[in-house]
Design a protein around this ligand. Structure first.
Ligand code: ADP
Ligand code: MG
Length: 382
């Protein structure tokens, strides 16, 4: 079966499409990447998406419009990849654009509520592409008591588990998250959670101080010196001390966080500030890894695979390397393991859709905190 996976992450940089061939069942599913492409959002769409994530300013009418507009853009993206490759998907898995995610229950109108919201209308996508679409993957996990994230560990386990080598698979999107798979692990032994900001704070600083959407190839950060004291101070925040499972998003590391971060850096040069934001990502990853590794590297961890847009930032990777070296981990791109770094998350949603289509569960309860495995998503038929 050929399945198209569509991902648009918290960076709001654009749409990733992966066309994959899937064979087999459950954790023996085999995946072959057939085609993939990244479609940056037009800048007006990016602005609208970022605006929609700002709960103080978003208008309900615009949110409703965005739901349908994004589905149009998603369908054009998939159609583009199909045209280019001469292939056609039998099924689509669409993550959608997260507008709000609150994994922890909190009091709302007298009740404790956890919630999540991904937009991009599945029915429209199904109509445009002429095949069934699975979307809205996260709520089912939350209904089972999970945090609705991370969901990519299912793919990580499928692709990267190894009998003798423990592996940590780190994605650096807007948020950083990793999946730790001990050698010879069962699915229940997989550990996965959000490590903190990935590119989100770096991007915000690039925008605020350099008027650029991101620090291309880490050049600005490479020209600065990070402020250690600021990084240490920020890492004292509750998120970094909380035990997993835990998730983060713009709610934690968006506007307000960046405002405070900039004020902590107030006297530094702009290059030093962006170097500091970059070190924050690297240190938060180091902090998250430490307890996993244990005193004697009990999971036999050897490999550290990186994916996501942050894998293109050499300054960040050099800082991460310094963090993981003491643990004897070797940093590599997921490219070397058969799936290009940019395509991994989109491919993950193709796999999750494939499981849902066959009514198979695909959350990893040890990663999300759910009480049981559940079938994820909603299906829109043609
Ligand atoms: N050449 C590059 N140099 C530095 N950073 C990059 C580069 N290419 C992409 N990025 C970073 O990757 C981010 C997008 O990563 P992505 O994995 O798509 O995240 P998300 O899943 O949140 O959309 C961009 O916002 C940018 O910060
Ligand atoms: Mg992206």
């Amino acid at each position: 079966m050929i399945v198209a996976g569509i991902m648009s992450g918290t960076s709001a940089d654009g749409i990733n499409v992966a066309l994959v061939r899937l064979m087999g069942r459950g954790f023996n599913t085999r995946l072959q990447l057939l085609a993939q492409h990244e479609f940056p959002y037009p800048s007006a769409v990016r602005r609208a998406v970022l605006g929609a994530m700002n709960s103080k300013s978003a208008s309900v009418a615009d949110l409703a419009r965005l739901n349908f507009l994004l589905a149009e853009l998603y369908s054009e993206a998939v159609a583009g990849v199909q045209r280019e490759s001469g292939l056609k998907a039998d099924l689509v898995g669409c993550h959608g654009q997260t507008l709000y995610h609150q994994g922890e229950p909190a009091l709302f109108l007298g009740r404790k509520i956890a919630c999540t919201w991904q937009t991009g209308e599945g029915s429209l996508l199904a109509a445009r592409l002429g095949v069934p679409v699975v979307s809205d993957f996260r709520p089912a996990d939350m209904a089972a008591g999970g945090k609705g994230a991370p969901l990519v560990p299912y793919l990580d386990y499928l692709l990267y588990r190894h009998r003798r080598r423990g592996r940590i698979v780190q994605n650096i999107g807007g948020i950083g998250n990793f999946t730790a798979i001990p050698a010879a692990a069962t699915p229940e032994q997989v550990i996965a959670f959000d490590t903190g900001p990935g590119n989100m704070v770096i991007d915000a600083v690039a925008e605020a101080l350099f008027s650029k959407p991101f620090d291309r190839d880490g050049r600005f950060a490479a020209a600065g010196t990070p402020l250690d004291t600021v990084v240490s101070e920020v890492l004292r925040a509750p998120f970094f001390r909380r035990k997993p499972p835990k998730t983060a998003g713009r709610e934690e590391f968006g506007r307000e966080f960046v405002r405070q971060f900039l004020s902590l850096c107030r006297r530094a040069s702009k290059h030093d500030v962006i170097a500091t934001a970059t070190l924050l990502t690297a240190r938060s990853i180091g902090l998250a890894i430490r307890p996993i590794m244990g005193a004697e590297n009990s999971g036999a961890y050897r490999d550290y695979l990186v994916s996501g847009g942050g894998a293109n930032n050499p300054t960040l990777l050099a800082m991460i390397e310094r963090e993981i070296q003491p643990f004897g981990l070797k940093l590599q791109s997921t490219d070397a393991f058969g799936l290009p770094s940019e395509a991994k998350e989109a491919a993950a949603f193709a796999v999750l859709a494939y499981e849902t289509w066959r009514r198979q569960p695909s959350n990893i309860p040890s990663a999300t905190g759910a009480s049981r495995p559940v079938v994820l998503g909603k299906i829109s038929y043609v």
